[in-house]
Design a binder for this molecule. Structure first.
Ligand code: DC
Length: 216
């Protein structure tokens, strides 16, 4: 693990629609740090599996794929083996299968290794996901756990994915919450020392300003 005493790592975790990406991007920009969306990495592996005809439930095949696949999720465009998958990784097929891929312990080990290497190369950064403060960087300078009511989270996601109705999005979020929190390998949970922020009724600027004030 890179020495998080000498590089600044900010860990943001929380369920889908809790505001991680918006807050994470703004905070990174404000602090002049790079930003890593680790969910896009799990989505990228899932996209690669579907594209190659690998069954997402085949743990051994997916584990091999996770080691071999080329992922570049920085810079706003998501490249999977050199193919622009920015749109498809957010689509219903990948969203349906990603929980299975993210529950694969070997996939997680490989993604965690890549996330640590990324932070070392980038001199730290803002990383967001489900296990950043608990597993990837337990010594992060600041650990934040964002939450919001299920209704608010579903409303936010429904606005992003214009082709799905609210009920479908809400059901999907509930299913993924249960899978992320109930899995054996690195389940979604707040680190004991994380700052828990309910973003349901807060403006982004308020949250970012508060986090900046709390940085050591
Ligand atoms: O944040 P997202 O919805 O794009 O994440 C996609 C899936 O990946 C989500 O269902 C949980 C999983 N994930 C994870 O298990 N660990 C992470 N660090 C990030 C995402």
């Amino acid at each position: 693990m890179p020495d998080s005493e000498t590089i600044t790592v900010i860990a943001i975790d929380g369920p889908a629609g809790s505001g991680k990406s918006t807050v994470g991007r703004r905070l990174a920009e404000h602090l002049g740090l790079d930003y890593l969306d680790t969910g896009a990495m799990y989505r990228g592996v899932t996209f690669a599996a579907l594209r190659r005809g690998i069954d997402p439930a085949d743990a051994a095949d997916v584990a091999r794929l996770a080691e071999a696949v080329e992922l570049d999720v920085t810079g706003g465009i998501v490249l999977v083996d050199g193919v622009d998958a920015t749109i498809e990784i957010r689509g219903p097929e990948v969203t349906r299968a990603v929980s299975l891929v993210a529950a694969n312990p070997a996939v997680r080990t490989e993604m965690v290794r890549r996330q640590r290497a990324w932070a070392a190369q980038h001199g730290g950064g803002v990383l967001e996901g489900r296990d950043i403060g608990t597993v990837v960087f337990p010594d992060a300078a600041l650990k934040v756990y964002l939450t919001a009511s299920p209704e608010v989270r579903a409303q936010r996601r429904a606005k992003e994915v214009t082709d799905l109705d609210y009920a479908t999005v809400a059901a999907d979020i509930a299913r993924r919450d249960a899978a992320d929190q109930g899995r054996e390998a690195s389940p979604l949970t707040e680190a004991a020392d994380a700052l828990v922020v309910d973003t349901s009724d807060l403006a982004i600027d308020e949250i970012v300003a508060d986090l900046v004030r709390r940085l050591p």
